[in-house]
Design a protein around this ligand. Structure first.
Ligand code: SF4
Length: 504
């Protein structure tokens, strides 16, 4: 069970002034980042702004959740690497020394700090700690595999392995040359033959079992190519231990009223990271939705909105929360207030104008910011709901239809709803069933999206018109709509301009 994030009794909470000193006197120093890879043994100590704190953490969270999505979808190591490449370049680029980029320090600093921020956010419960270690190790593996042999060797040489790994000296290598060669009958790859480590053989049971190492006097001689498994195991072990220590320091962090809300928000965003709606999700310049076009456009809606639309058409009515969810979504796709009022008025065809004006008109105007609301919302209203909100809010009651159907529907009903909307592929449906059983609602939704648009996705991938980051995991109903619409109108005149715009 996930532990509550109000970790200490609020009554016992000391009211602290963050301007006063709370922790031991810090010694500020900028870290030197000699290597692209990092074992994250030294916590950062230089100052960053609160905005950087949050932005960097969200960028890393996006990367980790995409890695997790790849494992949920059983992508192979190669598929994961090619899927993650543009996402990493976009959110957490990390170039090698040989690139001679002027951004190296800035990139490594962001990587370093974001790792430690998420460490704080995810050390509260065993489950979160475990997931964080697993995903960070996977991220480390991706980066390790990308590095060239020289950078890897320099990095490994820089690690303080506390005497657990001993580098095999040149003399010893010469002495054992035949045995080492015999232990690697496939032959060493160019540039790697000189790298050997010796460790206690118990540390590498897999390599011993598969006879991939030379065993001598209780030590296993591990060649460079097998060092990645050793290194990854060490990375996981150290990070796991460090997370335990961090969890003990958490109650003190809870007392910091600037950081704890951000950390708490980050940890709840682990499964489906929060995405904010951006105006890009409307179809400006391509089509202007009207009350009359919503029926036709609904083929591009995600299941949550399709379900609301179908219910509305069946009953000529929707309950309050469903109306609000749907109104905000329609606003997000670019339906203006006037058209939205026309849409609802026509849809509620069983009631009189008077009743509509009295009971429903105000709420629609309120959602658009035309009336009521505080000063911040005036003129803007509310933003469309994200998948994170829709998959975590309280479940709908009897007769209510809001929320995410992947979560709110019983599995059999969900499958039949999907079939009614044209998804009949047995394998996809089975995978969706499995996803929802494991509460991976947005993964199920993305799976359905990918199935429905498999031909278009194949095309844009093959002709290179969309880059990988444009096909990342969908986390917002309005993003689902826009992507579906654009894929459905590939090659149409203004579509090119819009795709260029999306590519940014
Ligand atoms: Fe809608 Fe998101 Fe659920 Fe998909 S995952 S149905 S877009 S709430």
């Amino acid at each position: 069970m996930q532990r509550s994030f109000a970790r200490i009794d609020p009554k016992r909470r000391t009211i602290l002034d963050h301007k006063k000193r709370q922790f031991a006197a810090p010694t500020w120093r900028d870290q030197e980042y000699k290597h692209r890879l990092n074992f994250y043994t030294i916590p950062p100590t230089a100052e960053i702004t609160l905005e950087e704190f949050e932005e960097w953490a969200i960028a890393r969270l996006k990367v980790l959740s995409e890695i997790e999505a790849c494992s949920f979808r059983n992508r192979s190591a190669e598929e994961t690497a090619s899927y993650m490449k543009p996402i990493l370049e976009k959110h957490l680029p990390l170039q090698s020394n040989s690139s001679r980029s002027t951004q190296l320090d800035a990139q490594r600093k962001k990587d370093h700090y974001s790792h430690f921020i998420l460490r704080l956010a995810f050390s509260a419960t065993e489950d979160l700690r475990h997931r964080f270690v697993r995903l960070e190790t996977a991220l480390f593996r991706l980066r390790w595999n990308e590095d060239d042999a020289r950078e890897r060797r320099d990095f490994v040489d820089s690690l303080d392995m506390g005497g657990e790994w001993e580098k095999v000296t040149e003399e010893e290598k010469k002495l054992l040359a035949d045995e080492l060669k015999a232990a690697t009958p496939w032959g060493a790859r160019k540039g790697e033959e000189e790298g050997w480590f010796k460790v206690d053989w118990e540390k590498v049971p897999d390599l011993v079992e598969h006879r991939k190492v030379l065993l001598k006097r209780g030590k296993a001689y591990v060649p460079m190519r097998e060092q990645s498994s050793l290194l990854l195991a060490e990375f996981s072990r150290r990070l796991g231990d460090a997370m335990e220590l961090t969890s003990r320091a958490l109650p003190r962090i809870d007392e910091d009223d600037r950081l704890s809300p951000i950390l708490s928000h980050l940890s709840t965003s682990f499964t489906a990271p929060e995405t904010t709606y951006s105006d890009d999700s409307a179809l400006d310049g391509f089509t202007t939705p009207t009350a009359a076009s919503v029926d036709a456009l609904s083929q591009h809606f995600p299941l949550c909105m399709q379900h609301l639309h179908r219910t509305l058409r069946q009953n000529s009515h929707l309950k309050h929360f469903g109306r609000l969810q749907y109104t905000l979504f329609l606003k997000g796709i670019g339906l203006n207030l006037e058209e939205c009022l026309i849409f609802w008025r026509r849809s509620f065809k069983l009631i009189t104008d008077e009743k509509f004006n009295k009971e429903y008109r105000y709420n629609v105007r309120h959602a658009y910011g035309d009336v009521g609301g505080d000063a911040n919302r005036r003129g803007k209203g509310y933003t469309p709901y994200s998948c994170q909100k829709l998959t975590t809010e309280p479940l709908p009651g009897p007769g209510q239809t809001h929320g995410c159907p992947y979560r709110t529907f019983a599995p059999d009903n969900l499958i039949s709803l999907l079939q009614q909307t044209g998804v009949d592929d047995r394998q996809t449906l089975n995978e969706v069933r499995d996803d929802v059983k494991r509460q991976r609602y947005h993964i199920a939704c993305n799976r359905v999206f990918e199935h429905k648009h498999r031909n278009e996705i194949k095309k844009v991938k093959e002709d290179g018109t969309w880059n990988g980051a444009q096909l990342d995991t969908i986390l917002h109903p309005n993003e689902y709509f826009k992507r579906s619409f654009l894929l459905g109108h590939l090659g149409e005149e203004n579509g090119n301009a819009l795709r260029d715009e999306m590519r940014g």
